[in-house]
Design a protein around this ligand. Structure first.
Ligand code: HEM
Length: 82
């Protein structure tokens, strides 16, 4: 996502404001490549949203159906004992 976002902006002629610290100026403008990267950015965003949704459903399955402590471990932030 960040890579397609950054390249889309810079090839599309848009500077990137890095947290108000500095501006990254656009590189050689290529509207065709920028348009393609915009599409990639959109598709990858949907894929990411789908994966996050699946991850939430899987975590709930572990908690409600398997009752195996996976969700509790995820929330604790500690790795599993191996
Ligand atoms: C995890 C990181 C990111 C996520 C989840 C994300 C998500 C999105 C989504 C959902 C859109 C709307 C897409 C659409 O209208 O089809 C969007 C648009 C956009 N994003 Fe990102 N983005 C991310 C990172 C970045 C970065 C790092 C940049 C550039 C520095 C960037 C630049 C843009 C721009 C310029 C648009 C507007 C595109 C347009 O409508 O012309 N994005 N982003």
């Amino acid at each position: 996502m960040p890579l397609s976002g950054v390249l889309m902006s810079l090839l599309g002629g848009r500077p990137i404001n890095f947290f108000d610290l500095f501006l990254i100026p656009p590189i050689a403008e290529n509207k065709e490549a920028a348009g393609l990267l915009r599409q990639v950015h959109g598709y990858v965003a949907y894929a990411l949203a789908g994966l996050i949704g699946l991850h939430i459903l899987a975590a709930l399955k572990h908690a409600v159906i398997d009752r195996d402590g996976t969700l509790a471990r995820m929330l604790s932030g500690k790795p599993a004992d191996i």
